[in-house]
Write a protein that binds this ligand. Structure first.
Ligand SMILES: Cc1ncc(COP(=O)(O)O)c(C=O)c1O
Length: 394
C-alpha cells in the first residue's frame, strides 16, 4: 500500500467540524461550528426558486459570472470606499475558505514565511502547510487580544512574505482599530510584504466598534488580497460563495490558482445571490441590530451563569474562561460539556499556537429559541460540574 503525502500528515482533522459531529451524535445544541440555524433573506430564497427553473445550470466564467462580479463590485466599492472594478479586481471563489487558500498560494512560494496572529481561525495553519509556507505566530494576548508592535516587527524581520489578518477576528471577536492597522500597514510597507485579509465578519460589528478595510488604508490596496464571502453576511454558509479582491496584476495570478483548484463557484447560486448583493444599506444596519440583540441575550445568560468571558467587538463568538473549574484539558471539558450539559463548544487550544487551554469558544448565530435553550442549559453548568466532581471524589 503506498503512503499518502507527508503534507496531509502535518495537520489533523478540523477540531471545529469534529465538535459538530459530536454535537450531532449526542444531541447537544451546537454552538461550536459558526453557522446560523435560520435562513438567508426571503428575497434571496425567491431568487433561488426562480433560478432553479431558469438557470444557469452550467459552468459560469471561471473567475465569476459577470453579473455577479458587477453586483459585488458595486457593493464592495460602496463599503470599502474604493473603486473596485468587476473585470480587473475580483476572483469569485468557493467561500472565503478557498479565497484564503488562493491568496496564500498566489502570494507565497514554498518555504516563504507567513505571519499569523494567534489565536487564529484554524484553516490558516492548514492553508500554510498545504502551500508549503511556514507560519510565524504573533500573539494576540487575552483578554483584550492586542498585539505587541515590537513582537510584530521581529516577525517581519524574520523575512515574512505575507501576513494573515482576520478582522473582525474569529475566535477572539477582536475588531482591529485603525491605529493598530496602521502599525501593520507601516511594517508591511517597510518589509515589502503582502497582507491577506479574511473579512467574512465585515458586517457583524458591535457599537462603538467599526470595521476598517485594510485595503482602504493609504497605499495598501496594491499589497492586499482582501478575502471575504457571502456566508456570514447573508446567512448562507452552505452556498460557498466568496471572493478575492486585489490589484489587477495579483488577480491575474489568483485567477489561475482558482481555475485549477475548483474551475468555479456554483453558477446558479451566483445568479441567485445577486439579489443579496443588491440589498439596500438598511439591510446591513438591521444585521448589526440583529446580531447585537443576539449578543446581548447570550452574554446575559453567561453572566447569569457566573461565567467569565471576553465581550466580542465583532463576529459572533465569545471566549469563555474555564480556568476556575480546574480542568486542565479544554478538549475533554468540551466533550464532557456536550454530553452532560448538552451544549457543544470548541476547545480554545485549537486556535492558539501557545499552550492555552483555559478558554472555550461558543457562538451565538442562533434563533432566540435556540439561544434560550442553550442559555438555560449553561445556567446548570456549575451544578453539573460540582456533581461530576462529587462523583469523582466518592
Ligand atoms: C474567520 C473565518 N473565515 C472563513 C470562514 C469560512 O468562510 P466561508 O464559508 O466563506 O468559506 C469562517 C467560518 O467560520 C471564519 O470564521
Amino acid at each position: 500500500m503506498p503512503k499518502t503525502s507527508q503534507r496531509t500528515a502535518a495537520f489533523s482533522e478540523s477540531v471545529i467540524r469534529g465538535m459538530t459531529r459530536l454535537a450531532n451524535e449526542c444531541g447537544a445544541i451546537n454552538l461550536s461550528q459558526g453557522f446560523p440555524d435560520f435562513h438567508p433573506p426571503e428575497p434571496v430564497l425567491q431568487a433561488l426558486e426562480r433560478v432553479s427553473r431558469q438557470g444557469p445550470h452550467q459552468y459560469a466564467v471561471t473567475w465569476g459570472a459577470p453579473n455577479f462580479r458587477a453586483a459585488l463590485a458595486r457593493k464592495q466599492s460602496r463599503f470599502m470606499q474604493l473603486p473596485i472594478d468587476a473585470d480587473e479586481n475580483i476572483v469569485v471563489t468557493c467561500g472565503s475558505t478557498e479565497a484564503m487558500m488562493v491568496s496564500m498560494m498566489t502570494a507565497c512560494n514554498p518555504g516563504d514565511k507567513v505571519i499569523v496572529f494567534s489565536p487564529f481561525y484554524e484553516n490558516y495553519a492548514a492553508d500554510a502547510i498545504l502551500c508549503g509556507a511556514v507560519p510565524i505566530h504573533v500573539e494576540l494576548r487575552p483578554p483584550d487580544f492586542c498585539f505587541d508592535p515590537d513582537e510584530l516587527r521581529r516577525a517581519f524581520q524574520r523575512g515574512a512574505k505575507a501576513l494573515v489578518l482576520c478582522n473582525p477576528s474569529n475566535p477572539s471577536g477582536k475588531v482591529f482599530t485603525p491605529e493598530e492597522l496602521l502599525v501593520v500597514a507601516k511594517l508591511a510597507e517597510e518589509f515589502d510584504a503582502f497582507v491577506l485579509t479574511d473579512e467574512v465578519y465585515e458586517h457583524i460589528v458591535y457599537q462603538p466598534h467599526r470595521h476598517t478595510y485594510f485595503a482602504s488604508l493609504p497605499g495598501m490596496f496594491e499589497r492586499t488580497l482582501s478575502c471575504s464571502s457571502l456566508s456570514k453576511t447573508y446567512s448562507m454558509t452552505g452556498w460557498r460563495l466568496g471572493y478575492v479582491i486585489a490589484a489587477p496584476s495579483v488577480i491575474n495570478e489568483a485567477r489561475k490558482v482558482h481555475d485549477f483548484l475548483t474551475v468555479g463557484a456554483a453558477a446558479p447560486l451566483q445568479e441567485a445571490a445577486i439579489t443579496a448583493l443588491e440589498l439596500p444599506d438598511s439591510y446591513y444596519q438591521e444585521l448589526q441590530w440583529f446580531y447585537s440583540e443576539k449578543r446581548a441575550m447570550f452574554l446575559d445568560y453567561l453572566k447569569a451563569a457566573g461565567l467569565r468571558y471576553t465581550e466580542p467587538q465583532g463576529a459572533y463568538y465569545v471566549m469563555v474562561d474555564i480556568s476556575e473549574f480546574g480542568w486542565n484539558d479544554d478538549t475533554a471539558f468540551c466533550e464532557w460539556m456536550a454530553r452532560e450539559v448538552g451544549v457543544a463548544a470548541v476547545p480554545g487550544s485549537s486556535f492558539f499556537h501557545e499552550p492555552v487551554n483555559h478558554l472555550i469558544r461558543l457562538h451565538f448565530a442562533k434563533t432566540p429559541e435556540t439561544l434560550a435553550l442553550a442559555g438555560e442549559r449553561l445556567l446548570n453548568l456549575r451544578e453539573k460540574i460540582r456533581a461530576a466532581q462529587r462523583r469523582g471524589n466518592s
